[in-house]
Design a protein around this ligand. Sequence first.
Ligand code: ADP
Length: 617
Amino acid sequence: MLSGDDLHSQINTVLKKYWGFDSLRPQQEAAIAAGIEGRDSLVVLPTGGGKSLCYQIPPIVARRTDVVVSPLIALMKDQVDGLRQAGYPAAALHSGLDLDSMREVESGMANGRYRLIFAAPERLVAPRFLQWLGRAQIRNFAVDEAHCISQWGHDFRPEYRQLAELKTRLPDVSLHAFTATATMRVRDDIMTQLRLRDPVELIGTFDRPNLLYRVVPRIDVNSQTLDILNRHRNEAAIVYCLSRKDTESLSHSLSQNGIRAAHYHAGLDPEKRRRTQEDFMAERLDVVVATVAFGMGIDRSDVRCVIHTALPKSVEHYQQEAGRAGRDGLAAECVLLYSGADAMRLQSLIERSAAEAQAPAQLIESGIKLLNQMRSYAAGMRCRHAALSEYFGQRYEADKCDACDVCLDEVQGVEDGTVTAQKILSCIARTDQRFGATHIADILAGAKTARIRQWRHDQVTTYGLLGELPRKSILNLIYQLVDQGLIDRSEGDRPTLHLNSHSWDVMRDERKVQMQQPKSTKSVKSSRVETESWEGVDRGLFESLRDLRRDLAGERGVPAYMIFGDSTLRELARQRPLTLDDFARVRGVGEKKLLDLGGGFVAHIKAYCEDNDVPRP
Ligand code: ADP
């Protein structure tokens, strides 16, 4: 048994050798210790929190082979490729391998050549594999994306259920579950299903300080998305849409505006999906416009922006999807384009699909509750970091996060919100509360539609009363009033708007109303993390290092981030090392990468600095 100090120094040696990092993050050391000791554990860390190291380091330190259960072949392949780039012996066993490759992995396993073997859950309990495990004396298993075992999670996979058998079939093994899903219910479910014995529970902080959250009233998806992406030219971004059709039209419109974008959804043929995914990983593509089908398995760590063009179903979904931004720890932006209409649409979708599936009332209720929590987040005006942390049961300590639209004071209220609300409400009153939001918006905008002529609504006093605003803005304002409970909306296929007692309070000037409008791009600020992460960085050099990285990745047939992550490139463009010794000291440079890439990178940096008269830092 190693003493605490010895263990600490061995872990640090391994960390520097393979990854070029100098220290572990909170929780990593305890998780690694549990792995080395073979004590069951449950590790909950946010996306980008560094879970992989927690199962990658123990088998190296303990000089043994461990198995990692992973839900997707793409994820396994990426991890193995990434590890090999760092000189770490790993392999994956999956149905995509041909017979020769399979044999090679098997014999490597028998010879103890690998420290990690990645495998799908269903393979693990197959008799043949169990025999191998016995022969190779494998005793420690990491279960990645462990929430897939729980029906209460956002990504249930029935094949994960088979892992429940592991502890029965191999009673003396240790299991280490990893997930970013924070809810208690899912956590408990994971421990029960996997039959963890007296596990070490390590729960990290869910807040992601490097993410800047914004919620913006949705007026025009295409132009708003383009505006946001223009802040991230040549950077990686994911845009989530509700429907397949929306992904296609939005990606088309972005491409026409010079953005390297493609769409992705489950209805595309697998070949096209694979190509889009690969192009994105290889940096041939900057933006993927997708349904939620795009996500797990996308390990690109330098995603600088995630945009939701519609409301997600729950805060868990939102955190998971938005969390794909900034996994490398550098600043990234997450924008939710919000319209209250989404919540209503989603609610009727939940009700309809539950009725079709004859689901129990309880399920519908819980779906609607989750949706309403998401809606409160979107419509609320609290610090986004605090709201998200508290949703997951953690206190947010700082008064001001300096990384959300609310704390950056960007939110622009509609000037004279009460008067605008009164105009909307009186339009509803004057048309006898018989019409829906679109028609009311048309009247207020002074539109000339057939319906307006048919009902002679161009004669009512509120016609054109908000003519200075585009129709879509008026529509968004109407939904803000619905969200605030100041207008009722009927159910059914053709919902109509109605006044309630609160509406009359507003009309009588007894209640003030605040409404939001999108901020102009000019008023958008940078977070402290963003500003600091660029301090001392030569941007031109950073961009030219990205080009070099892309070329090297192309030659090697691996995703670009596997050469070096963005944080290492920024560090290089900041420190500008001109010798191999200096290069070796940069965070993210391990032994193998120093040998493989050091010479080329140092020469490139030297040439760039000379050509551009960049001084030594
Ligand atoms: P997760 O699986 O929890 O989403 P990863 O394991 O992919 O997160 O790690 C996210 C990023 O953080 C990776 O780029 C990884 O190299 C980096 N990272 C992890 N641990 C450390 C550390 N101790 N020091 C510096 N970077 C780290």
